[in-house]
Design a protein around this ligand. Sequence first.
Ligand code: ZN
Length: 316
Amino acid sequence: MAEPGVLTVVPPGRLDPDRAVARLQDSPLTLARTRRLGRRVLAVESDPAGAANTGIVVGDERVLVFDTRVTPTLGAELAHVVLAATGARPADLIVVNSHFHGDHVFGNGAFRGATILATTSTRAAELREWQRQVAIFERLRPQDAADVRNAAVAPPTIGIGGPARIDLGGVEVELEPFGPAHTEGDLVAHVPDEGVAFVGDLVFNGHWPSMWDADVRGWLAALRRLGGSAAATLVPGHGPTGGQAMVARMADCLRFLVALEHAGGDQAAEVAASPFADLLHPDRVDEGRLRVREQAVPAEASMPPAGFDHQQKERA
Ligand SMILES: [Zn+2]
């Protein structure tokens, strides 16, 4: 805090990442909390009732925000906290949408003046599906229906057709398309200097996956790729931050759904006896099985790939 009468001159566009990250750590958020993952990186981990996680990367010149929360009100709170804590101007913000689902993008409208990036297919899907997503989330979140209904259509301003690298000043973020998997256009943001990746809904931690728009084989392939990536710390779309063991468990969960569909036994008993008995949203099992059936995913897809090392998974 400057003393009264002392003029503090800040060169335009120069942020103070250490101070900004400390302030972000102390900023209360509704149904979520910030977790510092590195010098410049924070996860915003939502409660299950707060829906999807988001992420923040603070550069010397620009700030990246990964996903914008489930309602315009929560998005506006996030935008306010980021601008206040970092001193960035709206035009200094780069927002990334991991995919088109409303719980990740309904806060976009609060980031007026920012650049909003996603894959070209996610951009097209937001333009095409926005009102359908509003209807879905009005139903899923009756307590927020009026808020969700107000979600201004704010699709990405730029669509990327392949990998991209963003220089925030002092730190780079690599954007890498991984779809089709959870949706047709999933995007991962990797911060190599900090060993952190924001992976959106490619990973659900502690939840059954939402599979309405899933490509099951593509998703398994995406998880194999993620499992070979350099990031040691991964922020999932839902649930707490984890490591590579979390990615392996997510793949195990998808393979379990494939096996369940092919075995055709007593679903409740199979789930109760599985390592996934405690996951939230067991109502999603039927939807997952339906995708397996519709996409004619073969029984072999329920087997771990050749060379899969369970020992390594357990050590991770
Ligand atoms: Zn999703």
